[in-house]
Design a protein around this ligand. Structure first.
Ligand code: F3S
Length: 395
């Protein structure tokens, strides 16, 4: 890979050993992927900042780094392990909170922006189309590539941190037109009968990391957010195209591509396999990825129309979202809280340590369903259904 004189100097240690170590990460990644150069990034999104996923080694690494380096570009961060800015609903222990605070202190010292959200694109840090990014949160990567028209590979924790400090990323994969081409045509039958979160999970399983071109559906932004999150969780799809909807769909060359058919019966079979009929949940959690204003409005509408604006006492209903959306929509938040919903910022149902307190969780997100059941996260029993079904049945 060709390096600028400045990058060579950093690699040789002129800015100190930590900068050199981080430059080595980017250079190795670039060499491994045949990148020809490093390019500047508009922003970085760090994921895995919950103590639940980072553990002690990661915490200590960040503490060391915070003595030595600062972020060179806007760097937003994923949800933390508890609702650090309130309202104090998440049942994390004092010890867990103390360790989480150590992580947050290190990140803020280096210059991180306290978004604590997997949807930076719903804040003032949303990138413009065409921006090159080094984002690590898979649901945000696929949204930025597909819906916004920005360019990001899915970074790991070390490369995202290196990009935050050095302001650059190797130019390969999704940063180049060749890495963004559709690889499989997906013809969806009776698209109106399909839940996009389920379709994303189904396609993620089938496609692995291949980029689909979808026909027969016309999703809005929130539906693409749900579909992309599921696609990149159940598989590792980094981008999708939707005919007549997404930025780059019209320039795809489809001749000769493999194609597949998907219909409601395929998706319903998949939904059944997620175990909707298991026991009753102790928690209903909405907002994976973090709920947008539109999704909170939808939840409010469902509660108003089906429960006369008031949920049953006793069952916890969480709506996980971010600080910006809470600040910008005080009336909506007040309505939801009045109805009995806990509107939660800075964390989510997956990265918070809630497995023991809520062993059975009900979600409307196929991504949350994927992770919450994993032993390495909360090992919960998971029920998966639409917001309407969850409220009708249990709330
Ligand atoms: Fe976001 Fe947590 Fe889901 S980080 S994408 S709400 S698992």
């Amino acid at each position: 890979m060709e390096l600028s004189r400045e990058d060579e100097a950093i690699l040789k240690g002129e800015k100190g050993p930590r900068h050199a170590e981080l430059m080595r990460i980017l250079v190795s990644l670039g060499d491994l992927n045949d990148a020809s150069r490093l390019i500047p990034v508009w922003s970085v999104q760090l994921s895995g900042i919950s103590f639940k996923t980072m553990g002690i080694p990661g915490t200590e690494f960040l503490e060391d780094a915070a003595h030595e380096v600062r972020f060179a570009v806007p760097t937003t961060v994923n949800p933390a392990g508890y609702d650090v800015g309130g309202p104090g609903v998440v049942p994390a222990s004092a010890e867990f909170k103390e360790k989480q605070q150590r992580i947050i202190r290190s990140l803020l010292t280096m210059g991180a922006i306290s978004t604590f959200s997997c949807t930076p694109y719903t804040t003032e840090y949303s990138p413009p189309p065409g921006a090159h990014l080094a984002w690590a949160e898979s649901s945000a990567v696929i949204y930025s590539n597909s819906v916004i028209g920005a360019f990001s590979n899915r970074e790991g924790a070390p490369s995202a941190l290196a990009s935050a400090v050095l302001g650059k990323t190797p130019e390969y994969g999704l940063h180049l037109p060749a890495g963004r081409r559709a690889e499989v045509v997906v013809n969806v039958r009776n698209g109106r009968e399909i839940r996009f979160s389920s379709l994303g999970a189904y396609l993620g399983k089938k496609l692995g990391s291949r980029i689909p071109y979808l026909r027969g559906v016309h999703p809005v932004a929130d539906e693409m957010k749900a579909m992309g999150a599921a696609m990149s969780a159940w598989g590792s799809v980094p981008m999708f195209h939707v005919e007549n909807v997404t930025h780059e769909a019209s320039v795809q060359e489809l001749a000769g591509l493999e194609s597949m058919e998907v219909g409601p019966e395929d998706i319903q079979a998949f939904e059944k396999s997620l175990g909707l009929n298991a026991e009753s949940p102790s928690l209903i959690a909405i907002g994976c990825p973090h709920a947008t204003k539109g999704e909170l409005e939808h939840l409010a509408k469902v509660i108003r129309e089906r429960r006369d604006g008031k949920l049953k006492d006793g069952l916890q209903v969480w709506a996980c979202t971010n600080r910006r959306i809470i600040q910008d929509n005080p009336d909506l938040v007040r309505y939801l809280e009045g109805a009995g919903v806990k509107v939660i910022q800075d964390t989510c149902m997956v990265v918070a340590p809630i497995g023991a307190d809520y062993p059975v969780i009900a979600v409307n997100s196929a991504k949350a369903a994927f992770y919450a059941s994993k032993k390495s996260f909360s090992g919960q029993k998971v029920l998966y259904a639409t917001t309407e079904e969850l409220i009708d049945r249990w709330a």
